[in-house]
Design a binder for this molecule. Structure first.
Ligand code: 5AD
Ligand code: SF4
Length: 478
C-alpha cells in the first residue's frame, strides 16, 4: 500500500458529522492516507453530508459540481480522484446520488463507513459502489482510534459520540430514518476514549448524540447507566476539566442529569435544549411528546440546580397549519425563558416524514416574515446576555491563537468565543478573564489569573433570580 495517498474530508451539518469525519480519517490513516486541506491535491475526496433540511441536501449537489471539475482537471494531469459521498444524504438517497451526479464513485451511509477500506478496494477495481446498510456489528467497535498527534492537531476541546440515532419520530425530522434507532455505546468504551483524548492533551469533552440524554449504555456492572451517571464518571478522568453534552430532548431531562448540573463543577452551565415551538397545538402536531409547560418547568428545575445556567434552543417556524397565534406563543416562550442564543429555521418538508404529507403548508413569505421576527427576538436576548458579561470575570479555556499576533481565543463557560492578549503557550490552559469589550460575535477581555485566583467569580448569572414574562429579559439565560 502506498504511504503517499491523500484524503480530503469535508463535513456538513451537525457535530456528529465532524466526529464521524474524524473517525473516517483515523480509519483511513491506517490504510496509508494522510489528510489534506486542499481538495485538488487529494486522491480521495469525501463529502460527509447532512439531510436535515432541503437546503443542506442541495448544497451537496452544488459541491459535487465543483468536485467534477477538480476530478476532470486531475484526469488531464493523469491523476485519478475518487469522490465519495458519506453521511445522511448518502443514507437517504443511496444510488440516486450517482444517477444525479455520475462523478460520484462511492456512496456510503452514516452507519457503514467503518467498511470504507473494503469499499474503496471495490472502487479501485472500477465499480461504482453504494452501501447504505445498517450493519448489525455496529460501527464503533470497528473504527480506529486517532493517533495522539491527530488528537493534538484537532485541539483541546473534543467531541465524543456516546449515543446515536433517535426513536422520537418528531413528524418533521429525517434523523430517525437516516441515523436509525437509538444505540448507546457501553460506558467503559466511552471512558477509555475520553482517557485517550485526555492523555493527548484534551481538556474539554462534549458528549454527543442525536438524542444524547436518552443515553442508556451498559455500565461496567451490566446495568444501564443514565447520562447523569456517565457524566460523573467522565468527570473523574484525569486532565478533563470541562464537560458538555448535546443535543438533548426536553422529555429526557431526568433527575440524575439535572442533579449533575448541581453536583459537577466541571459540567458547564450552558445547555442546548431545543423546543421547536411554544404552542401546545403545534408541539402535539410535531409529536414532540412534551408541552410548553413541561419545557418551562424543566428550565426552572435546571436553574434551581445551577442558578447561572444559560440556555440555547432550536426553533422551527411555519410548521404546517401554524397560525399567527401559535407563532405568538413561540415568541412569548422566548420572552419567558430568556435565551443566550438559538438556531431558527423555516419548516422544510422532508420526503418520507409525516409532516410533509400534511395539508395547510405555510406560505414561504409567511415563513420568512416569522423567521425574521423570531431572529430579532433572539438577537436582542443574545446581545443582552453578552452585555451582562461586560465587566464580569469567568474562566476561559484557551483553544487557539487569534487572527492577530499576540492574541489567543477561548470559550467562556457559556460557549461564547473570548479573545484575549496572550501567548500560544497558554493553549489548553484555563484562565480567569475579565470581559472588557464586546463585538457582535465575540467577547474581548484580559487575563487576570489562573483558576481559583482572587478576582475569579462564578459568572455573569450566578445567584441571580430568573425574572418572568419580561418583554425584554434583563437576565438573558438567567
Ligand atoms: N425543517 C426545518 N427545520 C428542521 N429541523 C429538523 N428538521 C427540520 C425540518 N424538516 C431543525 C430542528 C432541529 C434542528 C437540528 O434542525 O430545529 O432541532
Ligand atoms: Fe429529530 Fe430530535 Fe425529534 Fe429525534 S428528537 S426526531 S433527532 S428533532
Amino acid at each position: 500500500m502506498s504511504g503517499a495517498r491523500k484524503v480530503h474530508i469535508r463535513s456538513f451539518g451537525c457535530q456528529m458529522n465532524v466526529y464521524d469525519s474524524h473517525r473516517m480519517a483515523d480509519t483511513l490513516a491506517g490504510e496509508g492516507y494522510a489528510e489534506t486541506a486542499a481538495a485538488g491535491d487529494a486522491d480521495l475526496i469525501i463529502l460527509n453530508t447532512c439531510h436535515i433540511r432541503e437546503k443542506a441536501a442541495e448544497k451537496v449537489y452544488s459541491e459535487l459540481g465543483r468536485m467534477r471539475r477538480l476530478k476532470e482537471a486531475a484526469a488531464r494531469d493523469g491523476r485519478r480522484i475518487v469522490v465519495a459521498v458519506a453521511g445522511c444524504v448518502a443514507q437517504a438517497e443511496g444510488a440516486e446520488i450517482i444517477r444525479r451526479a455520475p462523478t460520484v464513485d462511492l456512496v456510503v451511509g452514516s452507519q457503514s463507513f467503518q467498511r470504507l477500506p473494503a469499499l474503496l478496494a471495490r472502487v479501485e477495481r472500477g465499480d461504482a459502489v453504494v452501501d447504505t446498510e445498517f450493519p448489525v456489528e455496529g460501527k464503533f467497535g470497528a473504527l480506529k482510534a486517532p493517533s495522539p498527534q491527530a488528537t493534538r492537531a484537532r485541539g483541546v476541546s473534543a467531541f465524543v459520540t456516546v449515543q446515536e440515532g433517535c426513536d422520537k419520530f418528531c413528524t418533521f425530522c429525517v434523523v430517525p430514518y437516516t441515523r436509525g434507532a437509538e444505540l448507546s455505546r457501553p460506558a467503559a468504551e466511552i471512558v477509555a476514549e475520553v482517557a485517550r483524548l485526555a492523555e493527548a492533551g484534551v481538556r474539554e469533552v462534549t458528549l454527543i448524540g442525536q438524542n444524547v440524554n436518552a443515553y442508556h449504555g451498559v455500565g461496567p456492572g451490566g446495568a444501564p447507566w443514565t447520562l447523569g451517571r456517565l457524566l460523573h464518571r467522565v468527570a473523574e478522568v484525569p486532565g478533563i476539566a470541562r464537560l458538555r453534552y448535546t443535543t438533548s430532548h426536553p422529555g429526557d431531562m431526568e433527575a440524575s442529569l439535572i442533579a449533575a448540573h448541581r453536583d459537577l463543577a466541571g459540567l458547564m452551565p450552558h445547555l442546548h435544549l431545543p423546543v421547536q415551538s411554544g404552542s401546545d397545538r403545534i408541539l402535539a402536531a410535531m409529536n414532540r411528546r412534551h408541552t410548553r409547560a413541561q419545557y418551562l418547568r424543566t428550565i426552572e428545575r435546571l436553574r434551581q440546580a445551577r442558578p447561572d445556567m444559560a440556555f440555547s434552543s432550536d426553533f422551527i417556524v411555519g410548521f404546517p397549519a401554524e397560525s399567527e397565534q401559535d407563532f405568538g406563543a413561540t415568541l412569548s416562550l422566548i420572552d419567558e425563558v430568556g435565551f443566550a442564543g438559538a438556531y431558527s429555521f423555516k419548516y422544510s418538508a422532508r420526503p418520507g416524514t409525516p409532516a410533509a404529507e400534511l395539508d395547510q403548508q405555510v406560505a414561504e413569505d409567511v415563513k420568512s416574515e416569522r423567521l425574521q421576527r423570531l431572529q430579532r427576538a433572539i438577537d436582542r436576548q443574545q446581545a443582552a446576555f453578552n452585555a451582562r458579561c461586560l465587566g464580569r470575570s469567568f474562566e476561559v479555556l484557551f483553544e487557539r491563537t487569534g487572527r492577530y499576533p499576540g492574541q489567543i481565543v477561548g470559550r467562556s463557560p457559556y460557549l461564547q468565543p473570548v479573545q484575549v492578549p496572550g501567548s500560544a503557550a497558554s493553549i489548553g490552559e484555563i484562565g480567569t478573564v475579565t470581559i472588557t469589550e464586546l463585538s457582535a460575535n465575540s467577547l474581548f477581555g484580559s487575563l487576570v489569573g489562573k483558576p481559583g485566583a482572587p478576582g475569579s467569580e462564578r459568572g455573569p448569572l450566578a445567584g441571580e433570580r430568573p425574572r418572568r414574562r419580561d418583554p425584554m429579559p434583563a437576565e438573558p439565560g438567567g
